[in-house]
Design a protein around this ligand. Structure first.
Ligand code: SF4
Length: 64
């Protein structure tokens, strides 16, 4: 499982960080998400998936 962030789409809205701040952090200067760990363990799939789904501009995808 791999988190992919499309920084061309990300608007720094922070929904992903609100849902899973252990995986996502928004850089306030750049208004872009930083993925803190792009290879979550399988046990965190539902947690990470909820954050991916929360992105209003569909900038996040989960591969694998
Ligand atoms: S929710 Fe989407 S737009 Fe907002 S910071 Fe996360 S990836 Fe970027």
């Amino acid at each position: 499982m791999k988190i992919v962030a499309d920084l061309n789409k990300c608007e720094g809205l922070g929904m992903c960080e609100a849902m899973a701040n252990d995986y996502f952090m928004v850089d306030e200067d750049e208004d872009q998400v930083e993925v803190l760990d792009d290879s979550p363990p399988e046990k965190d799939r539902a947690h990470v998936y909820a954050a991916v789904q929360a992105c209003p501009v569909l900038a996040l995808t989960l591969e694998g």
